[in-house]
Ligand binder design. Structure first.
Ligand SMILES: C[S@@+](CC[C@H](N)C(=O)[O-])C[C@H]1O[C@@H](n2cnc3c(N)ncnc32)[C@H](O)[C@@H]1O
Length: 490
């Protein structure tokens, strides 16, 4: 087996983006490692995530060309803070990164080079962070009293190398990250039988995420060949589902990043225990909430709340505002109530006595039981007309709901953050609002593979009910406005 040779890692011929790690000495003389952390975030919300990292960890973030990824440096004493970030889905520690990797022309040469790379990478610090991360998780699991039951990463992967079997992550195999402590399966059987206690062989998988059309190889081939070389180098055992360690090979055109995963299950899977047909990722909800900057005592409405992901994320992360979650579907309302109870119970178990600032109501958004001009922020995920509702129904629903939202929202200061994939219908509806809403900003996001827009709107100072456009049929006033009078937003 090759020795780890971290310090002796050869300088790779490609352009190294940065030195991913360095070792410092702290006040007590102990070693503090500085490493680069990579995080996947909802596409479109990279800048929001960067803002959160700056605010909570105090470091600058580099946004990758690869949409949906950010990188930032941390010292190991800050590792736990990284897990408290709300806008990140998955975390990994960077082993090495290349900005301009010069792939060889032929597939054979490229794959051979990837195999060679495995033994040249500076693995030590990243493995130290992985080990530390494992002990942090163990402590957290112990505090929750549920042992170490964490599922392997179920996030999208392009290609992996290993076997197949669904399983839980075994006990973190601390102290076994260094190749020299890992037994050589073939060569040292007798030796390891004599040794007591017997060292455990780490199980691993390599996941390759690849984007770009100028590669001569597939993700599967890269994962297979790079994975084979990692196995050879460390003498780990490949296992696709029972792995202790997941090595990531991220290739985006010429950018190559090799990392080690720090999250088994995406961090976006929080809060919600009762899922619905279109449950939104809490990380995306967090991004939407940050866009409208909730202030203390703001009244925040999600009038089409589904399972309640947006108001629940708000009630947890911005608890000095008050949230009203409504939906016209009984099942949705029940899910919000159950999700709220579940979170309250979890918080009570952890010793928290404060309740969540949220109320749940069954209502029709087109006829809200709410006073005119009383709401500060409306934030909602509208039916796209695909899995929920229909495109045809949206032509009636969108104008009605934009009008009713304009009625309840405070003129001059109110805001709305609305997510939809039905962009055409939304644009038409907003153009017919008679200047009640002004579009400030659009963030383009990917929701389950669909290209959608998060629209930040400002409620203008225009008084509701003063223009023909905002006369509302369902409140008994006939809209005399004829087609063809559509106004563009200022
Ligand atoms: C896209 S889903 C919201 C999903 C939600 N963000 C979640 O994470 O579960 C849209 C919701 O709008 C609700 N809805 C549709 N028309 C409505 C109306 N007129 N009034 C209130 N809710 C409505 C649907 O019942 C559905 O739950």
């Amino acid at each position: 087996m090759s020795s780890q040779g971290d310090g002796a890692a050869e300088q790779h011929p490609e352009t190294k983006l940065s030195d991913n790690s360095s070792t410092e000495t702290d006040a007590t003389g102990g070693a503090i490692i500085t490493v680069t952390i990579g995080a996947t975030v909802p596409t479109g919300f990279e800048h929001t995530a960067a803002e959160e990292v700056k605010e909570k960890i105090g470091v600058d973030v580099r946004i990758s060309k690869d949409r949906g990824r950010i990188y930032f440096p941390i010292t190991t004493d800050k590792l736990f803070q990284v897990h408290l970030l709300r806008s990140v889905d998955n975390l990994f520690v960077v082993v090495e990164e290349y900005d301009q990797y010069q792939f060889k022309d032929s597939k054979e040469e490229t794959l051979a080079e990837l195999q060679e790379l495995a033994s040249k990478l500076p693995w030590t610090n990243a493995l130290e962070v992985w080990k530390l991360n494992g002990s942090l998780k163990k402590r957290k699991a112990h505090r929750r009293g549920n042992g170490n039951k964490v599922k392997p990463n179920s996030e999208t992967t392009d290609a992996t190398v290993a076997d197949t079997e669904q399983q839980e992550l075994p006990e973190a195999a601390e102290d076994q990250t260094k190749p020299e402590t890992t037994p050589d399966i073939e060569g040292s059987k007798q030796e390891s039988e004599d040794a007591a206690p017997k060292a455990k062989v780490l199980k691993f998988r390599v996941t390759c995420n690849r984007a770009g059309d100028k590669h001569s190889f597939s993700s599967n081939e890269a994962a297979r060949d790079f994975g084979g070389a990692v196995q050879e180098f460390f003498q780990w055992k490949a296992d696709m589902t029972k792995f202790d360690i997941e090595v990531l090979l991220n290739i985006h055109n010429q950018e190559v990043v090799i990392g080690i995963a720090l999250t088994e299950e995406s961090l976006h899977k929080r809060n919600i225990s009762h899922f619905g047909p279109t449950t939104l990722r809490p990380t995306l909800c967090y991004g939407m909430l940050r866009l409208c900057k909730p202030q203390a005592s703001d009244i925040i409405l999600d009038p089409m709340c589904g399972t309640g992901t947006i108001p629940l994320e708000g009630a947890i992360e911005f608890p000095s505002s008050f949230y009203i979650a409504g939906d016209n579907n009984d099942m949705a309302v029940n899910r919000v109530v159950n999700n709220t109870r579940h979170i309250q119970k979890r918080r009570a178990e952890m010793g928290s006595v404060s309740g969540l600032p949220i109320d749940t109501v069954r209502w029709d958004l087109c006829n809200l039981p709410i006073k005119t001009s009383s709401v500060d922020i409306i934030i909602t995920d509208m039916p796209f007309g695909k899995r929920m509702g229909s495109r045809k129904k949206n032509w009636d629903l969108y104008p009605s709901c934009l009008r009713e939202m304009a009625r309840v929202c405070r003129p001059g200061s109110g805001k709305a953050v609305l997510l939809t994939q039905d962009k055409k219908c939304f644009a038409k509806a907003i153009s017919r609002m008679g200047g009640l809403w002004r579009k400030l900003h659009t963030v383009w996001v990917n929701v389950g593979g669909l290209h959608a827009g998060v629209y930040l709107l400002k409620r203008t100072g225009a008084v509701f009910g003063q223009t023909p456009e905002d006369v509302y049929e369902s409140r008994g006033i006939v809209n005399t406005h004829e087609k063809g009078d559509d106004k563009e937003l200022p």
